[in-house]
Design a protein around this ligand. Sequence first.
Ligand code: SAM
Length: 425
Amino acid sequence: MNLPEKFLNRMQERLGKEYPAFLASYEKPPHKALRVNTLKISREEFLKNAPFALSPVPWEENGFYIEEERAGSYPEHFAGLYYCQEPSAMCVGKLTAPVSKERVLDLCAAPGGKTTQVAAQMKGNGVLISNEIDAGRAKILSQNAERMGVKNCAVTNASPSQLAEKLPCYFDLVLVDAPCSGEGMFKKEPEAIPHWSENNVALCAARQKEILDCAALTVAGGGCIVYSTCTFAEEEDEKQVRAFLERHPEFVLEEEHKLYPHEVKGEGHYCARLKKTEGGTRNAKPYPIKRNATANKAFAEFAKDFFAETPKGEVTTLDDGRMYLVPAGMPALGVRTLRLGVELGEFDGKIFKPAHALAMSVKREEVKKFVALTPEECERYLSGETLSKDIANGWCVVGFDKYPLGFAKAVNGTLKNHLPKGLRK
Ligand code: SAM
């Protein structure tokens, strides 16, 4: 691996006699891992029928090392039973676990590893705002939240300063998994190597400072910021946090970890938890529900046939006809929002058509029409094919074992495939 000389010099200076071990770690391939999505399946249940060999990640109880190269192509993955995540990145879960999570903001959330990890810790309670500044990446984040069946989150596409303006002193927990120089990921993402320079480290540090200052504005008194990077650069890690504490004496450093690839089975990572010891909590206006009686009636008719018991909560219908089940306690956001709670479907003025997200948010026992596919049928469904099934006409959720994969519509013995085109194999 052609690592920049300046980077190596900096590492040698920092690590001293540990440097040869650090350097030798680049000879080994990166570790791969997944995190079981306990919003959908318990760890025990997953382990019983795991499709490939797993061995535990020491710092995350639902994290497991895997050797499988194609973990993303299994039906279990499409069903959202697990999320492929770099093992060291999972260490953030240790810092978020003890913090109250009634109101959570993830400021730099795409593609969604940490957001879905925290969502699992929240167990569907409270409100999670998962934000991503880059519109294209926000879309991927939204798809991942959907696949993992996260029901209490809004996916937004805003800058940290916009959110700080809209929701000051509001959150118990703010995650800042900052954009960084990525030194810890060179092995996994060698294309980042040529972009490394001391100048870029300084640029990243300046950007992190801005993001952290916005994060500080959004935290309520008694709340925490969990800050993380995948770099070794002290300017972006320890020094960044210490400079933050100097600017913000209302915060204290509670815990800090640095993971090095020669010490753990994982890439480089840094994380710290900062607690705001002073200041109050500000409330926000509730999310403005737009009630549309005709749309609600069409949904109620669908729901009568579809759910064993219709889920409770406020339904909002946007101007374009998309309908969402808004999580209890969701504040007015006032920024570009891609997803809000559970997307129920779309009302075109006449007909309600369910959304893929609805299928991904339910459990088998919650719906009346669930069709368990054979492994071969799963493959065909995931590839977008139409299947033959002799079942009553109408919408049904099809699934792998008891885990939903998406919607299909039965029409005279044929199951029309409603898996969105962009999500097919
Ligand atoms: N937390 C994510 C996860 O676990 O999957 C990874 C986040 S990644 C390390 C950092 C994210 O910050 C990127 O998605 C990037 O687009 C975003 N970002 C870049 N510049 C930013 C800025 N100025 N403010 C906020 N986020 C920014």
